[in-house]
Design a protein. Structure first.
Length: 67
């Protein structure tokens, strides 16, 4: 019996998405690396990671099916 080939994970997404203990997907927020002097304190203090919700979650799971 022949098995279907495995799906390939998106290499860029593998480096940016992680799964929590409960199975939720988390992403690192953007705009945190440089040019921080001109950004507001509130913008810099936002939580480092962000949970993926809704239809975005489906898209992210398709990018990394085995994560």
């Amino acid at each position: 019996m022949a098995l279907m080939p495995k799906m390939k994970s998106h290499s860029g997404a593998k480096k940016r998405i992680r799964r929590t203990g409960k199975g939720a997907l988390m992403l690192k927020r953007n705009s945190r690396n440089h040019l921080l002097q001109q950004k507001s304190k509130r913008q810099k203090r936002l939580p480092r990671a962000q949970r993926v919700l809704g239809t975005d979650k489906k898209a992210m799971q398709a990018l990394v099916p085995y994560l």
